[in-house]
Design a protein around this ligand. Structure first.
Ligand SMILES: [Zn+2]
Length: 312
């Protein structure tokens, strides 16, 4: 029989949604700050897979480090202990039963408010959703779906969503909510400017009368304040759009193509990616609308996986 202690009213659910949403939308200026959102996605996926409510910090740390390295800005692994600890202060939805012992092991806690990873390990700290949230996420797939959608839309471009859901082992496909009207003008501008061709490889396939797999890519992500201006866009094939958004490729201020040293693979990777190292990006037909340096700079500091390969 269902334990009625934990049933939440509609208004409690909506206030919880707002708390989780406010955690998820936290950003530092235009900089990416995906630590808490990635931990939340990890934790929701674990509930869906039927894992216990509380997981040891030790078990979470490795997985979160990998996610931060693959989906965070640059290769800063950061401090996985910070989001693990700080989610506690964002509302009553995150539980660390061993928090008092961890504080007792952290002499600088009163000054910094941080708990070192060593202290979390020493007291075998466990973290997870509070019981009521755990049950709500486990039972209410549409509630979890809304939270997941919110986190994805706020922090990652659409081309990255499936990769990220795979990486955290999410079992349910969230219904990603439309956050804004599609700006057809942005796409139309880029298609005209780049003459129906990928600006990296020149792909210009058509199926019948329509372009096949050509996409309007934002350089400075729209989710992080990048505008729908042609100077913030490039027309790319689906492969190079994904590569740009995952940081496998990027641009220099001189608008030449760079490729991350982290990208590797066989002959096809050479043919489709690494052979473009140092090549100029295809110029738009109106030279006044080339990608602007400020947007290229944002992508380089927040998305591209440094260091770039040396040209060959
Ligand atoms: Zn391409």
């Amino acid at each position: 029989m269902l334990n009625t202690r934990w049933i939440m009213t509609k208004s409690q659910q909506s206030s919880l949604f707002n708390v989780l949403k406010s955690v998820s939308v936290w950003k530092r200026g235009g900089q990416r700050a995906p630590h808490k959102p990635l931990l939340l996605l990890m934790a929701i996926a674990a509930v869906q897979r039927g894992e216990p409510r509380l997981r040891r910090y030790d078990d979470i740390e490795g997985e979160l480090k990998l996610l931060l390295s693959d989906f965070g800005p640059k290769r800063k692994v950061g401090h996985p202990e910070y989001p693990f600890w700080r989610l506690r202060s964002d509302g009553a939805f995150w539980d660390i039963p061993e928090s008092d012992q961890a504080i007792a092991e952290s002499p600088n806690f009163s000054k910094s408010g941080n708990i070192p990873a060593g202290a979390l390990r020493k007291v075998n700290a466990r973290g997870g959703f509070s019981q009521s949230v755990f049950e709500l996420i486990g039972a209410k797939s549409e509630f979890a779906s809304k939270i997941i959608s919110e986190i994805l839309a706020e922090h990652f471009p659409t081309s990255v969503h499936d990769d990220l859901l795979d990486a955290v082992g999410m079992m349910w496909q969230p219904l990603v909510m439309a956050r804004r009207p599609r700006t057809l003008q942005f796409r139309e501008d880029l298609i005209r400017l780049y003459e129906h061709r990928c600006a990296v490889c020149g792909f210009d396939g058509r199926l019948g009368l329509n372009d096949l797999a050509l996409e309007a890519a934002h350089i400075h992500w729209h989710s992080h304040g990048g505008p729908d201006d042609p100077e913030n866009g490039i027309l790319l094939c689906a492969l190079h759009h994904k590569a740009l958004d995952r940081g496998a490729i990027g641009l220099t201020e001189a608008r030449t193509i760079i490729v991350s040293q982290d990208l590797h693979g066989g002959a096809q990777v050479h043919n489709t990616m690494t052979r473009f190292c140092g090549e100029p990006l295809r110029a738009p037909q109106n030279p006044a609308l080339v990608p602007a340096i400020k947007f290229i700079g944002w992508h380089r500091s927040q998305v591209f996986r440094d260091p770039p390969r040396v040209e060959f």
